[in-house]
Design a protein around this ligand. Structure first.
Ligand code: NDP
Length: 496
């Protein structure tokens, strides 16, 4: 792949659109391998400049003195700007990462709503007057933490970015956003829309570049006071180690290997749909993918037979086609990773019930497509059951009773999500609350609401995103003691 330097598109630093000084970043359409765009990516000096501009913009009266409802007005306008371009952005994202149009449209709408939600939250969040224990009034107020580094993966562009940028701006911070080098385009569009919405220059910079260069520089910069990261668990660990030196707070949204549990008393038609959607939407490239399916032994054979029959009907193809369920995977290396796990499943003694190969035909020749794959016959301790594949691969396992499935579901380093399908609401509560998972879905899966907090347990993360109080994770509490006494402060006579 060759890229002419003259064709390199600019990036967004401190309100200016200019070439980065780092290596080119290339967005490739995974449907056919064609180049969408080539950017002059960011290096460490670009990141440093973005951070410096962020510090200045954050402290400028034009931003610092805005009242919450005035700041909210700008944030709401960003959401409106995204909504006004839904179709264009959805199509651009489709080319950037290969998800079907119904999904990319949903992600753009979700991003617009996220800005709207945090604008409303900002206008309605209150500071506290705390119970006084002396001749003073005690208040808790909230100050912006500082410049925030937002680092995002490639699987849900613009929605991931909005979940970090909107609450951080609402908190009064400046943001330097580093999207995945594989999907830089929507983050830059977000920069353009924010600028058009009247966000003062420097409050949002977008620095596409590699994780090793731009991402690491952002984490290490002394003036970056928080990192909000979504990505793999090993990258999260590396960031946490670097953050420890700076004593810098982090939000880490990491990987998963989420269990989906189907009891014999479930509505099986609804469960089959939910299980398929839970694993195969986004081609399985989803942190919350329900990638381990536990089916109660009494219905195991019939349920799996029906599930496999339905999975074979899912359509892999052009993400622009409304009939398509699964588009291509993000890249050739990602497909190679999926293929290596399917080989491993075979080696570990698994039986491939469907898929397990690339689709054939001219339409698939230049893209990174892979068929939805279901495997059985593995132990929950096998590597395929324990490691995140991040692709369209579902492993099915039988279980006997509640105690058995709770033990198997919890037997993982991850704790992101869990799905339970049952007609017994007491059982759903018993089992669900016994499983370490940040999100529990009962008789549904992969539903989201920006007003509901999202967090991972165990190796799936640290800290919380979304929800009305999501703004607080970008702020520092300040306790105010406001003296009311007419007398001099009595020495060594502190209130008890
Ligand atoms: P990675 O961890 O590889 O990358 C995520 C981001 O971190 C990218 O922008 C990447 O840059 C950057 N990065 C890589 N190395 C460093 C570093 N040393 N310092 C700073 N930044 C760095 O994840 P993927 O992009 O492959 O995304 C898939 C992973 O994301 C899966 O594990 C998935 O489970 C997880 N995820 C979690 C979600 C959640 O909410 N819990 C949601 C979505 C995904 P670049 O790629 O450009 O090099």
């Amino acid at each position: 792949m060759t890229t002419a330097a003259s064709a390199l598109q600019p990036i967004f630093i401190g309100g200016a659109w200019r070439p980065g000084r780092g290596a080119p970043v290339v967005s490739v359409n995974p449907v056919d391998g064609s180049v969408n765009a080539s950017l002059a990516g960011a290096d460490a000096s670009d990141v440093a400049e973005a951070v410096e501009r962020g510090v200045a913009a954050m402290h400028a009266p034009a931003w610092r003195n805005l009242l919450p409802h005035e700041r909210a007005r700008i944030i709401r306008r960003i959401g409106d700007g995204i909504a006004a371009e839904t179709e264009t952005l959805a199509l651009l994202q489709l080319r950037d990462n290969g998800k079907p149009l119904y999904e990319t449209r949903g992600l753009v709408i979700s991003a617009a709503n996220t800005f709207g939600f945090f604008a409303s939250a900002l206008e309605t969040l209150e500071s506290e007057v705390t119970p006084s224990r002396g001749a003073f009034l005690t208040l808790t107020t909230y100050q912006p933490l500082g410049v925030v580094g937002a680092i995002t993966p490639w699987n849900s562009p613009i929605a991931s970015e909005a979940q970090k940028v909107a609450p951080a701006l609402a908190a009064g911070c400046a943001v330097v956003l580093k999207p995945s080098e594989l999907t830089p385009l929507l983050a830059l569009e977000l920069g353009r829309i924010a600028q058009a919405a009247g966000l003062p220059d420097g409050l949002l910079s977008v620095v596409p570049g590699t994780g090793a260069v731009a991402g690491a520089a952002l984490v290490a910069h002394p003036d970056v006071r928080k990192i909000s990261f979504t990505g793999g668990t090993e990258t999260g660990r590396a960031i946490a180690r670097a953050a420890a030196d700076k004593l810098m707070p982090l939000t880490l949204e990491l990987g998963g290997k989420s269990p989906t549990i189907v009891f014999a008393d479930a509505d099986l038609d609804i469960a089959i749909n939910g299980v398929l959607f839970g694993i195969f939407s986004s081609q399985g490239q989803s942190c919350i993918a329900g990638s381990r399916l536990f089916v109660q032994r009494a219905i195991y054979a019939t349920f799996v037979e029906r599930l496999v029959a339905r999975a074979k009907q899912l359509r892999v193809g052009d993400p622009l086609d409304p009939q398509t369920h699964l588009g291509p995977l993000i890249s050739a290396p990602q497909r190679a990773k999926v293929e290596s796990y399917v080989e491993l499943a075979r080696a570990e003694g698994g039986r491939i019930l469907c898929g397990g190969r690339r689709p054939e035909g001219a339409a698939f020749a230049n893209g990174t497509f892979y068929e939805p794959t279901i495997v059985e016959g593995l132990s929950n301790r096998s590597r395929v059951c324990q490691e995140e594949i991040f692709g369209p691969v579902l492993v099915v396992l039988p279980f006997d009773d509640e105690a058995d499935v709770i033990a198997q579901a919890n037997d993982t380093v991850y704790g992101l999500a869990c799905g339970i399908w049952t007609g017994d609401y007491k059982r759903a509560w018993r089992v669900g609350t016994a499983i370490a998972a940040g999100t529990l879905w009962i008789n549904t899966y992969k539903q989201f609401s920006i007003s509901t907090p999202f967090a991972g347990a165990k190796a799936s993360g640290m800290g919380v995103e979304k929800g009305r109080t999501g703004i607080r994770s970008y702020q520092q509490e300040q306790s105010v003691y406001w003296g009311l006494d007419e007398q001099p402060n009595p020495w060594a006579n502190a209130p008890q």
